[in-house]
Design a protein around this ligand. Sequence first.
Ligand code: FAD
Ligand code: UDP
Length: 371
Amino acid sequence: MGHDFVVVGAGFAGSVIAERLAKVHGKSVLVLDRRSHIAGNTYDEHDEAGLLVHRYGPHIFHTNSQDVFAYLSRFTEWRPYEHRVLASVRGALVPIPINRTTIQRLFGVNLPDEAALQRFYDERAEPGPTPRTSEEVVVRSVGRELYELFFRGYTRKQWGLDPSALDASVTARVPTRTNDDDRYFTDRFQAMPTDGYTRLFERLLSQRGIEVRTGVDFHDVRDDLDFGQVVYTGPIDAYFDRRFGSLPYRSVRFEFETLPVERFQSAATVNYPDESVPFTRITEFKQLTGQDHPATTIVREFPRADGDPYYPIPRPENRAQYERYLELAARTPGVHFAGRLGTYKYYNMDQVVAQALAAADRIAEARRSAA
Ligand code: FAD
Ligand code: UDP
């Protein structure tokens, strides 16, 4: 028997759309993922030592959206968690985002209040028009020295590009603080799914009307399937056989290591902005998950060009290329694109969920009018 929809990809985009189409709109949905598991890039599992690890890099949930948080809370309980990150700079470990502690420790100055810290930044900031690039956005607010210490090397490693070649929005994700707040995020809701992300997805996809097949690439089976429409959450250029060329993506190699110690480092994540260090950051999972265990597993992230596409690369020429695909998508009946790779957007999990919730209603509507 056929399905009303095939959803390609069992990450947040595909799974949320599948759940809504099945539950709210009564559709039958086949969810495919070419990987051997559900949960997309948020997939977590216990490693050989029994530590819960995120196979595709550390994932910390945070959102300002009450709707997104309430929706996901149907499928998981939460463990309150606020992420904190230190940066290894000039031999010291200091808070990033840059805050009062960072500046006082690094420069040996005493800045008694927010105004004093703001003056410190202002004296170094390079004035100019509204920043367009990831270099300008930092240099305009805190100056070149802090930019070079914290942002230039990290960004060049992470993206394989100089910050001057990336949209301002990339480094603008990491603000500068004028107080002592050392949390990485300031969102209203910050938490980790108590039983992990994979368990959340098992509940999300257990909705009646959904069938899940993993280890199946849509392009290998599409001709054998009987379905109405497609929701595609893989890379949009792959759907169209890269007709307008390959969209650039950034990949990462994750190197896991288990150590026979209770705790490896003094924060959940330590960033290494220096270009002489080949990885960008080290994360210690038990500090995210709260797991109690005599050993610990860490992951080092080595960014690279080849490999699974993880990050769309925000810069004007890539957006222009994506827009050609978007325009083609609008002219192609029976297929809808969603998610970080499907819409070529550098989105966090909560943004993908919000996008998917909105898209599901639109997609169900399109199905009705097409029928
Ligand atoms: P994905 O999770 O990538 O799912 C797409 C799925 O489609 C994949 O499983 C893929 O196998 C499948 N697929 C593709 N093509 C095919 C095909 N032809 N046939 C079958 N299946 C196919 N966000 C946060 O909010 N907080 C964080 O701390 C955070 N940390 C991150 C760290 C790293 C290293 C990375 C890479 C991302 C991080 N994110 C974080 C972002 C988060 O991973 C994404 O926002 C979210 O997972 C995107 O969901 P998605 O469904 O769009 O894509
Ligand atoms: N960034 C940086 N130094 C840091 C942290 C971040 O230069 O210590 C820049 C870098 O370009 C990075 C971007 O800010 O890609 C966004 O950082 P975020 O931590 O949000 O990246 P993600 O978790 O998505 O990899």
